[in-house]
Structures are given as structure tokens and as C-alpha cells.
Design a protein around this ligand. Structure first.
Ligand code: UD1
Ligand code: MG
Length: 452
């Protein structure tokens, strides 16, 4: 909690019927984070003193998600969805002692920019209530903002609007900023005698004006107000988010030949002069340092790639993969919970999990750290400058010393001392002429069978 004088109320009680999902709507994800988190990220720049999430459908799951991001967040439950004013009113008790601004956001509207909320807070200095408006390409069924000069006189819901009011292009995004105590006083005066039988939060504007209080609207871009009501909207929101992130990365000095094929998570960090080839997916928790190169068709999550490292093509980095500078991870290599030290190479067809690999070590093609015994996970520790022969099976727990080698095809079950060569495979036997005699016998057998 901070000492800021802003509180967030995030309305998230709706089931989202059109999502056709068992999951509450606000827990559907964009760029690896639930919609609810995106709404909380928008508000986070104001360093809110309180965040109150109004949950309804799937309240327990919504509360858990809110807590995961902000352990101080309060979740209140709206058992019946009686309208946006009724939803906001559920935060009354949680904010009873609070003095300052309340910002009401929707949990299914993930892209309101922090700058926009800051502009609203600034406008609040001269106004009792500030509403966020926008001019959509198609005003459809949005509530209309009735302005008189700088003054917002009222909001009319589409269902209630006259033809003249429906012709207004300036629409309500739903985001409202008001003094906390005034907000709850106004909400107490909101009734439900309207076309929907709902308590409209939008009615507080007219009520404030009746009291002679100044109310205004701040404007934002339509993209910011994009709401999610269906899977189609969710896919569109993902596309909008990715488009923005790709543009940001290009502006920040990241090279991408086909940016439209690179997918970021909400928290992906990419240093300048990094190069991202086509078709890369970043799951949550990835940091790519300056000058690293991620080659085509790679999938990364929960990992750190240092300067000068090369990953892929076709590499998979899973949570806990730590690549030091100038490491090379090649095709069809999977790294999980493993530290790969400076200059080490794992170039072909390998699985390195629960392991550490020392500096300048070379891991041969087809090496596998056999880390799982069916119940427990075990570690493999490989020293510096070691040479692991192709197709080595490292049965963990096991340690390979500095400058040690394993022979190709070794199945290593005990530690290998520094500088030693481990050979762990059957000795080769050559049987002269055997192959020819064997094939002749098989062909004769086949001929006999075909004559039966
Ligand atoms: C609302 C606004 C409208 C605005 C539009 C923008 C009102 C009366 N109308 O209309 O002016 O143009 O948003 O998208 O506010 N919710 C609850 N509990 C409830 C009702 C709603 O938590 O009882 C939540 C919903 O889950 C949703 C948000 O509040 O996240 C908005 O509700 P919704 O029913 O979509 O309002 P609209 O009719 O679209
Ligand atoms: Mg809506």
C-alpha cells in the first residue's frame, strides 16, 4: 500500500456469457496475463492506496488472481449484477475511511493507458467528477456524453437516448474518477427506473450537476477503450497488444525481419540490438539482453538470455534457463532450470534440465540429463571446459569435473573426476562376413514364404 490518494475500483462481476466459458471473463488472458491484471497494470502507475476488485461470477478465482498480482488488493463480492452503480457500491465499506480520488475501471477493458488516468486525476482538481470519453468509429450502443462547453451535463444510456442524443459522437468509456465520499453519496441517490431496471453508475453525472458541482470529460483514443466480450474480442485484443509491443520493440532498437510473427508476453524485456528472427513465442518471464540473437521457431519462457548468446533455430527455453554471455543453444535443444555458463555450447538435439554447465563446455549432440526418477528430480553438475560426447546419458545426480570428457554413447551413473575420460558402453565386436551371410539367410526365408 502506498500513501497515494487514489483508490481503484475494478468492476469484474460479469460472467461474460458471450465468452462461452467456465472461466470468469476477466481471467481470460492477453499476452500471458489475465485481463484483470492488465486493468490493474493500468491503474498501478497511480500507486493506488487501495485496489478493490468487485467480483461476482467465479469470485474465488478472481480474488486469487488479484492477490497474485497485489497481495494488498481487496476483493468484494457482488452477488447479483444489478448494474454498474450497484457494483461500485460494493466497494463502499472497503473505502469507508478513504479520502481521495476513486477511479472506476472495468476488468474487461485492459488497455487504458496510465497517462490517460493521470490526465483524469489532473482534471479532477477543478471538477467533482471526471469521465473518460472517446469518439468511436461506430458509436453503436455506448452511453452518450452530453456536453455543454467544457461541462459534462449528463450521460444518457443508448436505450434511454433520444434520436438527437444518439446522434452525439462523444461516448462513455465507463472509466470515472470522483472524490470517494462524494461518489458514494451520489451512488446512494441512483435509482433503477430505466429501460434496463439497473442502477447506472452513469447517473452520478446528472446528480452531481443537479448539486451544482462541476463535471467534465477527458478524451482518449478508441483503442484504449477496447473491451472484451467474446473470443473474437479476445483475439482482437491480443492482436492489438502484440501490434503495440512489436512497434515498441522496433522503436527501442530490436531487429525483427517479420515482426508480425513474433509474440511477446506482458513482461517480455528485450535489449537493444537484439535480433529476433521470424516465428518466436515469448511466454511470461523472459529477459533478452543486448545483442543476443534468437533464431527462428524458438519458444522461450521464464528464462534469461545474456549478451551475445545465440538461441535456436527451433530451441525451447523453459523456466529457470539461465544463459550466460556468448552461449550457443542450437536446434531441438530444450533447457529447463539450468545455468549455462559463458561460452558453453549445446548445439543439437539435447535436453539439459536441473543442471549447471561450466564455462566453455561443449555438450555433444543428443546428450540428455536424466533428471527424473519418476518421483524426484536430481541435479547434474558439469564443470568448465568439459567435453560431453554425443549421445551421453547423464543419470542424475551426477557430477562431471572440469576438463573431463565422456565418450560418445556413455551412460554415466557415477561422478567423473576433473580431467578424466569416462567410457561407459559395451565394447565393440566385429564378426567378419556375418552381415552378408545374415542377409542371404533372410532373403532365402522370404522367397520360401512367397512360394508357400
Ligand atoms: C457501460 C456504461 C456505458 C458505456 C459502456 C462502455 C453504464 C450504465 N453504462 O455500459 O455508458 O458506454 O459501459 O463499455 O455504466 N459490471 C459489474 N456488475 C454489474 C454490472 C456490470 O461488475 O452489476 C461490470 C461488467 O462486468 C463490465 C462493466 O461492469 O466489466 C460494464 O458493464 P456492462 O454491462 O458491460 O455495461 P454496458 O451496458 O456496456
Ligand atoms: Mg459493456
Amino acid at each position: 500500500m502506498s500513501d497515494s490518494n487514489t483508490a481503484l475500483v475494478i468492476l469484474a462481476a460479469g460472467q461474460g456469457t458471450r465468452m462461452k466459458s467456465d472461466l470468469p471473463k476477466v481471467l481470460h488472458e492477453v499476452a500471458g496475463a489475465p485481463l484483470l491484471h492488465h486493468a490493474m497494470f493500468s491503474g498501478a502507475s497511480l500507486e493506488p492506496a487501495h485496489s478493490v476488485i468487485v467480483a461476482g461470477y467465479g469470485a474465488e478465482a478472481v480474488e486469487a488472481a488479484a492477490q497474485e498480482l497485489d497481495p494488498d488488493a481487496t476483493t468484494v463480492v457482488q452477488t447479483e449484477q444489478l448494474g454498474t452503480a450497484h457494483a461500485t457500491d460494493q466497494a463502499r465499506e472497503a473505502l469507508a475511511e478513504f479520502e481521495g480520488n476513486v477511479i472506476v475501471l472495468y476488468g474487461d477493458t485492459p488497455f487504458i493507458r496510465p497517462e490517460t488516468l493521470e490526465a483524469m486525476v489532473a482534471a479532477r482538481k477543478k471538477n467533482a467528477v471526471v469521465v473518460l470519453g472517446f469518439e468511436p468509429a461506430d458509436p453503436a450502443r455506448y452511453g452518450r456524453l452530453v456536453m455543454q462547453g467544457e461541462m459534462l451535463e449528463k450521460i444518457v444510456e443508448f436505450k434511454e437516448a433520444t434520436d438527437e442524443e444518439r446522434a452525439i459522437a462523444f461516448c462513455n468509456s465507463g472509466v470515472i474518477c470522483a472524490d470517494a465520499q462524494l461518489l458514494f453519496q451520489l451512488i446512494a441517490a441512483v435509482g433503477n427506473e430505466n429501460a434496463s431496471g439497473e442502477y447506472y453508475l452513469t447517473d452520478i453525472v446528472g446528480l452531481a450537476r443537479e448539486r451544482g458541482l462541476p463535471v467534465t470529460a477527458v478524451t482518449c483514443e478508441e483503442e484504449e477503450t477496447m473491451g472484451v466480450n467474446s473470443r473474437l474480442d479476445l483475439a482482437r485484443a491480443e492482436a492489438a497488444y502484440q501490434a503495440r509491443r512489436r512497434m515498441d520493440a522496433l522503436v527501442e532498437g530490436v531487429t525483427m525481419q517479420a515482426p508480425e510473427t513474433v509474440f511477446f508476453s506482458f513482461d517480455t524485456v528485450i535489449g537493444r540490438d537484439a535480433e529476433l528472427e521470424p516465428n518466436i513465442v515469448f511466454g511470461p518471464g523472459v529477459t533478452i539482453e543486448t545483442g543476443a540473437r534468437i533464431r527462428a521457431f524458438s519458444h522461450l519462457e521464464g528464462c534469461h538470455v545474456s549478451r551475445g548468446a545465440i538461441v535456436g533455430p527451433y530451441a525451447r527455453l523453459r523456466p529457470g534457463a539461465e544463459l550466460a554471455e556468448d552461449t550457443h543453444i542450437g536446434n531441438f535443444v530444450e533447457i529447463k532450470n539450468a545455468q549455462i555458463a559463458e561460452g558453453a555450447k549445446v548445439n543439437h538435439l539435447s535436453y539439459i534440465g536441473d543442471a549447471s554447465v561450466g564455462a566453455a563446455t561443449n555438450i555433444g549432440a543428443g546428450t540428455i540429463t536424466c533428471n527424473y526418477d519418476g518421483v524426484f528430480k536430481h541435479r547434474t553438475e558439469i564443470g568448465a571446459r568439459a567435453f560431453i560426447g554425443s549421445d551421453t546419458m547423464l543419470i542424475a545426480p551426477v557430477k562431471i569435473g572440469d576438463d573431463a570428457m565422456t565418450a560418445t554413447g556413455a551412460v554415466v551413473t557415477t561422478d567423473v573426476p576433473a580431467g578424466a575420460l569416462a567410457v561407459a558402453r559395451a565394447k565393440q565386436v566385429n564378426k567378419p562376413g556375418f552381415a552378408i551371410r545374415f542377409m542371404e539367410r533372410l532373403r532365402a526365408l522370404k522367397l520360401k514364404k512367397s512360394q508357400e
